[in-house]
Write a protein that binds this ligand. Sequence first.
Ligand SMILES: Nc1nc2c(c(=O)[nH]1)N[C@H]1C(S)=C(S)[C@@H](COP(=O)(O)OP(=O)(O)OC[C@H]3O[C@@H](n4cnc5c(=O)[nH]c(N)nc54)[C@H](O)[C@@H]3O)O[C@H]1N2
Ligand SMILES: Nc1nc2c(c(=O)[nH]1)N[C@H]1C(S)=C(S)[C@@H](COP(=O)(O)OP(=O)(O)OC[C@H]3O[C@@H](n4cnc5c(=O)[nH]c(N)nc54)[C@H](O)[C@@H]3O)O[C@H]1N2
Ligand code: SF4
Ligand SMILES: [Mo]
Length: 764
Amino acid sequence: MSGSIDATLRARTGPMTRELVLHPADFGLAQVPARLNPAGTAHSVCGYCSTGCSLKVHLDERGEALNLSANPDYPVNLGMACPKGWEALTPLRAPDRATTPLLRNDRGELEPVDWDRALHVFCGRFKEIQAKHGAASVAFLSTGQIMTEEMAFLGALAKFGMGMKHGDGNTRQCMATAVAAYKESLGFDAPPYTYADFEESDVIVLWGSNLCIAHPILWQRVMNNRHSPAIVVVDPRATETAQAATQHVALRPKSDLTLLYGLAHLLIARGAVNRDYIDAHTTGFEAFALFARDFTPERVVTETGLAPATLEKLAATIARGQRVSFWWTMGVNQGHEATRTAQAIINLALMTGNIGRPGTGANSITGQCNAMGSRLYSSTTNLLGGHDYANAAHRGKISRALGVPEEKIPRENSLAYDQILDGIADGAIRGLWIVATNTAHSWINRGRARDLLAQLDFLVVQDMYATTDTAQAADLVLPAAGWGEKEGTFINSERRFGLTTKVARAPGQALSDFRIFQLVAHYWGCGEMFAKWSSPEAAFQLMKACTRGQPCDITGIRDYAHLEAAGGIQWPWTEADEVGAAVPSRPGLAADLADRPENQDGSASRPHLNPLQQRRLFADGRFFTSDGRARFVFEAPRPPPEPPDAEFPFMLLTGRGTSSQWHTQTRTAKSDVLRKLYPAHVYAELHPDDADRLGIAAGDALVIRSRRGAITAAAFVTATIQPGQVFLPMHYAETNLLTHWSVDPYSRQPAYKAAAVAVSRAKA
Ligand SMILES: Nc1nc2c(c(=O)[nH]1)N[C@H]1C(S)=C(S)[C@@H](COP(=O)(O)OP(=O)(O)OC[C@H]3O[C@@H](n4cnc5c(=O)[nH]c(N)nc54)[C@H](O)[C@@H]3O)O[C@H]1N2
Ligand SMILES: Nc1nc2c(c(=O)[nH]1)N[C@H]1C(S)=C(S)[C@@H](COP(=O)(O)OP(=O)(O)OC[C@H]3O[C@@H](n4cnc5c(=O)[nH]c(N)nc54)[C@H](O)[C@@H]3O)O[C@H]1N2
Ligand code: SF4
Ligand SMILES: [Mo]
């Protein structure tokens, strides 16, 4: 770009509030980790999955990471970590890290520029688009993989500072269903459980969850259960988890809702419901019981393809259980009627009184390290702290807590991810800022997603790597520091805030997302509005203020040092809780707890079972609805949007492949160790009968076609998949070329796990 254009951009970006915006400390280890323990190690919660394991990072004399091990003193992982955790430092050193901002030049190439230039272009182009097409024509897509403080900053900056109306995150691909289901059924997005529940149940039902692969350390917690529990896996595939379970319910894909209603019917018919609990704590049961009558065993076996004995055994197991816990993940959340399916699981827990007691619950397991942080603090569909944009009192409260003028807070909810992308198609969305997600690989029917990104007037991608599919489509790439190169908090699946620590230097000029947001605020001209956001810990204090009086109140967490000393703290933790419980605020929690009289029964050796460290919700049977009662929500099942037919006779299922692969592989593919643990190229699971019929042998190249396109994949012939179905792991870019863009109407979460495809052997 010529100097004069640059000058025009400068003029548009508004007044500078401070002269010095970048300083040398930005590009290095500004300080040694604040929370060193004497042995020269720092603790940091893992940056991959939502389990939230604590890793012990061993440091050199400059405070930089040498290597790491699993933290034995943390109540989540008890000294365990999966391969990704052990290899967490490796992706930081990858050669394709983005080390300077990159701007697309006149020849269409991404070219290094300095931060000053990048930020002027960022603000200039977005302001230009907003001036022409309205403030709402620029939107953002965020993530469940940056720190809570960063998410909170991004949402506040984009919406209150930059005038955006629309922003969503990759948690839409993942957790939106659980959010919608919990809100309507229980009154707030509140997963009720604590991990100790895995160890306290006598019946564990894993619904659409491949825990061994996706949450291996949670599976270890199941293995710690001393009650010889029945472990039921409901999954069309005989996954690693299903094979390790005591019962596998291999239902027909997308028949979950019928099965759940059928189970409700059987339990009611046999009187295996908890009438006292229903009467005292719920509404809508009578109507639900009437509705469920239609789901006779005959209908259920026909629609689910299950043997009558399998259905019978499942119902009997639940009926017999004293402490039944129901856990669900993407096999439920990613479906065309996902919200109702999740609510049907909640209904089972409510009607059997399996909630609020040890070893029970209707429990959605989250996915990404900070999916829960995104749900409560990203200011996408909720206003900061689980508030509502449409509620004037909520807007007033957040305005006061943050010192932001109330009129800057939008009065409506944001468009969802799919609607933002559709907005590009109809010209309503012209500029997009994507932070820490790889849309061009992970979005459903990604061919269309990629075409839409190409139609934008201006696309900014903020990522650790310049090589991702999405970064390659950007007009401007902002180089971000990754996990380990910055600090902040994550919230894990059991609502536990855990701390991540800076233990490495970001390469080149890469900056933490937090620092990038500070700079954007400054260059945009709204730096004053965010003057209080001076550090992640300062932002944490602002977040705290926003939660006061909410179900997710954390006003009792003093600061980061408190979190570190306590071994993480689950929300809610109010000021009153803190005064009453006095969580020890010094290191050595396990030892502290051993001294307590209540632990003299031997549980001291099992600090993770200590009640202070393991708090579940709804023990009093009061829910977050206006009348304090949980709701039975239900609706008639619908057929999936793209059923198999003569031309595309197979049902395509997708999901996680191995415990060593993470999503679009931008991080895990950088580790030699991890790469040895999974196949380099895309493979498709196919049943031996289908393989025989189509003349396919193991390892043959297959062509898999859907209405969106065709890919080739190696045949993995295995009886773990049912005839008529194919499974593709999501980690390979090919997979989402085939998936069908459809969403659940209530959560707008994509239905990644059902598309019609045809399979044939590739011509030699
Ligand atoms: N190693 C590894 N771990 C991860 C991740 C990763 O990428 N790699 N990602 C993390 C994230 S973000 C998430 S969200 C979680 C996801 O964790 P999971 O949800 O456990 O993983 P998936 O493999 O996506 O889906 C689970 C199962 O759903 C089944 N399924 C498909 N269709 C149906 C159906 O109609 N009904 C039922 N009942 N089941 C069905 C699939 O066969 C699959 O085995 O994993 C987290 N952990
Ligand atoms: N077919 C199919 N598709 C799926 C799924 C499925 O089951 N089937 N599952 C869906 C689910 S549940 C999910 S959660 C999504 C995940 O989809 P994505 O979010 O697109 O996947 P990731 O590979 O985790 O992308 C994260 C990006 O952030 C970057 N990054 C990592 N850390 C940082 C950081 O600190 N700062 C910045 N700025 N960047 C960072 C990484 O390099 C990477 O490019 O995929 C969805 N897609
Ligand atoms: S189980 Fe999840 S949190 Fe624990 S080490 Fe593995 S990826 Fe990290
Ligand atoms: Mo996810």
